[in-house]
Each structure stands twice: as C-alpha cells, then as structure tokens.
Design a protein around this ligand. Structure first.
Ligand SMILES: NC(=O)C1=CN([C@@H]2O[C@H](COP(=O)(O)OP(=O)(O)OC[C@H]3O[C@@H](n4cnc5c(N)ncnc54)[C@H](OP(=O)(O)O)[C@@H]3O)[C@@H](O)[C@H]2O)C=CC1
Ligand SMILES: O=C(O)[C@@H]1CCC=N1
Length: 289
C-alpha cells in the first residue's frame, strides 16, 4: 500500500483519464490497487464505448461519464488530465480540448510520438505538459516510465507526476529527444519478451511437453533470469557465460540464434520502434494547422 503516514492516499487530486483503453487501465489498476489515488478521485472518459466504461467502473470503482456535456465539464475542471487515446485520434481530440482548458491544468500524455511542442500547438496554448512513455506492467506496480517535462510545469505538478508513476514502477526522467529510443526499449519492450515467451512455449510443446508445463517452465525461466540480473548485480553477459559450457547445449542454442543474427535483429527492432515513434510524431505534427 502506497499511502502517506496519515493513511491518506499519496495523491488526493482529481485525475481524469481521457482515453480508457489498455494503457489507461494498466495505470489505473496500478494506482487503485496500491491505494495511490482513491477510485472516487479517478474519472475515466472515452470517445463512445459506454460498455467499456461500465466495465472499468465495476472493476476499479472509478467514476465514468458518457454524456458529452458532462464530459466537457469534467475536462474543464479536472486539475490533471491524462491523454490516453491512440496517436491517430489525438489531433482531433486535442484541438477540441484546448479551448476548454485553463492554464493551471496539468496535461500528462502517454501518446507515443506526440511531442510537447505538437501537444501545445494542437491544444492552442502553452499548457504544462508531462510527456510520458509508460508500459503496461504499471498495472502490477512493475512499470517503467520515461518522462519529459515542458518548461511550464510547476514544481508541485512535477512532483505529482513523479509520485504517480513511481507508485506504479520505475521512472526515468529524460530529455525529450530520447523519448523515441526509450519507447523502443521499455514502452514496447514487454511485447518483445511476450513474443520470446510465445516462441519458447511453442518449442516446448512441439518437443512434447504439455502446454501447461511449457508455459510454466518458460515463465519461471524468464522471471528467474530477470531477478538474477537484478539481485546479483552481475552483467547479463557474465550470467550467460556461467550457463554456456564450451561446446555444450547452450552454446549450440546461442549459435543458432546468431545464425538469425539475434543480437543485431533485436537492435534493429528497437531502432525501428524508435523510428516508427518519430514517424507517428511527424504525422501528428503535420496535423497542426
Ligand atoms: N498499450 C501500450 O502498451 C502502450 C500505449 N501507449 C500509448 O497509449 C495510448 C493508448 O493506447 P492503448 O491504451 O493501447 O489504446 P486503446 O485502443 O486500448 O484505447 C484508446 C482509447 O482512446 C479512446 N479515444 C479515442 N478517441 C478519443 C477521443 N477523441 N476522446 C477521448 N477518448 C478517445 C478510445 O475510446 P473508444 O473506445 O470509445 O473509441 C479508447 O478508450 C496510445 O497513444 C499509445 O501510444 C503508451 C505506452 C504503452
Ligand atoms: O505500439 C504502440 O504504438 C504503443 C507505444 C508503446 C507501446 N505501445
């Protein structure tokens, strides 16, 4: 439980999530389950999917609203708004939102590629912005979030953003130009490991293990490997060396990975992710007019 000594939640401001999909839910789940924000202080809004909002309300006890006029009122008065729609929907949403805001409302964006400059220009004002790149592991308090702040951010707002994301994992404050490469590592990164797990599980099944056995063996292996790096403080390369007997089975496996240029393929994937993030940012910038 992440509560202050008086047993009050760490954050007692109203927070509105504008966009109520996977990423918004991951953050909300992390915040509510760790009692960082009371669910009655969280409002989740989306474009039109009332069923989805109902589901979130039942799951987390958060406030929801489907009524367009009420949504505008909530957005006008919320001290903190988290922008959590897809990049393709952001320009229209921000252009409509901007004129409703007052200068002290804090905007936290989780939208991939969307720069602080483009956000402020689409909003039509110099709103205080925290551009963030979280990941879905925030839902279990093991997130990793990169944050860049606009110069308009007050110290109190900066602390609030740090408190919010530190409560659901690790935080790395970076210069904004590094946000694309950070997206390639930690924003999208969980998907690479899930993909690796899918492949290892499939290999186990093809080799005759039951799906349950293969899944459990894969899961414990990746969990143990991550914890080993964390708890021993040793480099992954040194831990790898301890498993790899000369001419043994691990070496044979690693050589097979290298035949597929594993190391450089991973680097290319991270770089392509960063490049795609930049492309999405450029497309959003083009929608300024
Ligand atoms: N998923 C991830 O792992 C990560 C995602 N992100 C970023 O988070 C953002 C959301 O991604 P994700 O949660 O996966 O997306 P989802 O598709 O799951 O959710 C998008 C949400 O945005 C809502 N929405 C769309 N248009 C508007 C609008 N005009 N006004 C208000 N709400 C709107 C949708 O509502 P409706 O259903 O009613 O249309 C939906 O609730 C993206 O920008 C992505 O880059 C960042 C880090 C990691
Ligand atoms: O795929 C995406 O665009 C988002 C950004 C980071 C993770 N998912």
């Amino acid at each position: 439980m992440c509560q202050s000594p008086q047993n009050r939640p760490l954050i007692d401001k109203a927070i509105t999530f504008y966009g109520a999909g996977s990423m918004a839910e991951a953050i909300v789940r992390g915040l509510v389950s760790r009692s960082v924000v009371l669910p009655e202080n969280i409002t989740m809004l989306n474009r039109s999917n009332a069923h989805r909002l109902q589901e979130l309300s039942e799951r987390y006890g958060v406030q929801i609203n489907n009524d367009d006029a009420a949504k505008i009122e909530i957005l006008k008065t919320s001290p903190v708004i988290v922008l959590a729609m897809k990049p393709k929907d952001a320009a229209k949403a921000l252009k409509e939102l901007g004129p409703k805001l007052s200068s002290d409302q804090l905007i936290i964006s989780v939208i991939a590629g969307l720069s602080i400059y483009t956000t402020q220009t689409l909003l039509g004002n110099q709103q205080p912005i925290a551009r963030t790149m979280p990941n879905t592991s925030a839902s279990i308090g093991l997130g990793s979030t990169g944050i860049a702040f606009s110069k308009e951010i007050s110290e109190e707002q900066r602390q609030l953003v740090l408190t919010l994301f530190e409560a659901v994992g690790n935080v790395t404050v970076i210069e904004e130009e590094k946000m694309d490469i950070l997206t390639g590592i930690s924003g999208s990164g969980p998907a690479y490991f899930y993909y690796m797990m899918e492949a290892m599980t499939a290999a186990g099944i093809r080799g005759g293990l039951s799906p349950e056995q293969s899944r459990e063996l894969t899961l414990q292996t990746i969990l143990g490997a991550a914890r080993m790096v964390q708890q021993t403080g040793e480099q992954p390369s040194s831990l790898r060396a301890k498993i790899t007997s000369p001419n043994g089975s691990t070496q044979a496996a690693l050589e097979t990975l290298d035949q597929g240029d594993f190391f450089e393929t991973v680097i290319a994937a991270v770089n392509r992710c960063a490049e795609r993030s930049k492309e999405m940012g450029a497309m959003l910038k083009e929608q300024i007019s």
